[in-house]
Design a protein around this ligand. Structure first.
Ligand SMILES: Nc1ncnc2c1ncn2[C@@H]1O[C@H](COP(=O)(O)OP(=O)(O)O)[C@@H](O)[C@H]1O
Ligand SMILES: [Mg+2]
Length: 324
């Protein structure tokens, strides 16, 4: 198994009101060639901070990596210069966001934007770039791609715009594709089409994927490995089979209970009561303690380290004896 990315003990801090505050910490995971790693957790758990730190796409006026390493292609991305990062990221690592409108320029046609992007990575003529762009739009199943090259972003539906983003992200044949809630803004049927499309293309191009979602239903369909994050830390990490068949962390169990079932006609209510603590207000003990059905006095006082459980990692005192 070829390892394409390895993140070790990553910590990203934000400078807020002249104080450096950790947004995510002690984040470790790896991604193997051709595999999909899902990062899952509720809103505010640090998924986007983790993903954007790989490509350094965070707001660098306040954020910086203060610990850890991001190993890719024998380099540590955490130590590269901004210029090196920009070269690697357009070519070998691409990212797709929840709202494609924010990454597209409203005043240029899709064709102009695709051609410019393609030519910034490949020394080819405008005509060749045009043909390649049309080919990519065809790959993401946009009807009449040649005609649509002349359209502006607002002339596409949300789902079609996300297809354009996928076409752009894959046009440089990246080794890693990072998708941050790519279908959250789309309705359920379009969501499924887009996820399947990403999966098919990923497979045919041998790309590895980091897929970020708050939806365990998406994880169930897509993941090889799963990293569960809560309040800026990893709480459980294992292959998807183990996570679904044998979830260990009380937070993972709570998330699994919130998967809507196919026959449910009504929207499921979240089953974990309470909210994720914010980075300026982290409890000193386990960050999940006040929402946890298994919470003890120790949990309130001291956060758990990660324990080795069933071939994976779990951050919960319930597993303390297993570690010894
Ligand atoms: N620009 C910012 N300024 C201050 N806090 C931020 C900023 N961006 C993210 N955060 C905080 O960092 C934490 C992690 O956020 P994020 O990675 O966006 O979560 P997720 O993607 O899992 O919803 C949250 O507590 C969020 O409020
Ligand atoms: Mg996010």
């Amino acid at each position: 198994m070829e390892r394409v990315l390895e993140v070790n003990n990553l910590k990203v801090e934000f400078m807020l009101k002249k104080k450096s505050i950790p947004a995510v910490e002690d984040i470790s995971f790896h991604l193997d060639k051709g595999k999909t790693l899902c990062i899952v957790g509720e809103s505010g758990c640090g998924k986007s901070v983790t993903a954007t730190s790989i490509m350094r796409l965070y707001d660098s006026s306040i954020a910086r990596i203060t610990e850890g390493s991001i190993l890719f292609d024998q380099k540590d991305l955490a130590k590269c210069t901004d210029k090196e990062i920009r070269e690697i990221c357009g070519k070998d690592i691409s990212m797709i966001f929840q709202e494609p409108m924010t990454s597209l320029n409203p005043v240029y046609t899709i064709g102009q934007q695709m051609i410019e992007m393609i030519r910034s990575h490949q020394k080819i003529s405008k005509k060749e770039a045009f043909d390649y762009a049309v080919q990519m739009l065809e790959k993401v199943k946009i009807p009449e791609p040649e005609k649509r090259m002349k359209d502006y972003p607002h002339q596409f539906s949300g789902g079609m715009r996300q297809r354009v983003m996928i076409a752009m992200a894959l046009s440089c044949k990246p080794k890693i594709l990072i998708c941050d809630e790519p279908t959250t803004a789309l309705d359920v049927t379009v969501q499924k089409q887009i996820l399947n499309l990403i999966d098919d293309l990923k497979e045919s191009m041998g790309t590895s994927e980091i897929l970020i979602t708050h939806d365990m239903g998406v994880v169930a369909e897509m993941a090889d490995d799963t990293l569960v994050m809560y309040a800026g830390k990893v709480v459980e990490y294992n292959n998807a089979d183990e996570i679904f068949r044998n979830p260990q962390h009380p937070y993972t169990r709570g998330l699994l209970k919130s998967i809507p079932h196919i026959n449910d006609s009504v929207e499921m209510l979240p089953t974990i009561e309470g909210t994720v603590p914010t980075i300026v207000n982290m409890p000193k003990g386990c960050r999940f303690a006040d929402r946890c059905p298994s919470c003890t006095q120790k949990c309130k006082e001291q956060d758990s380290p990660l324990f080795d459980v069933n071939g994976g990692k779990v951050r919960c005192w319930l597993y303390e004896k297993d570690a010894k």
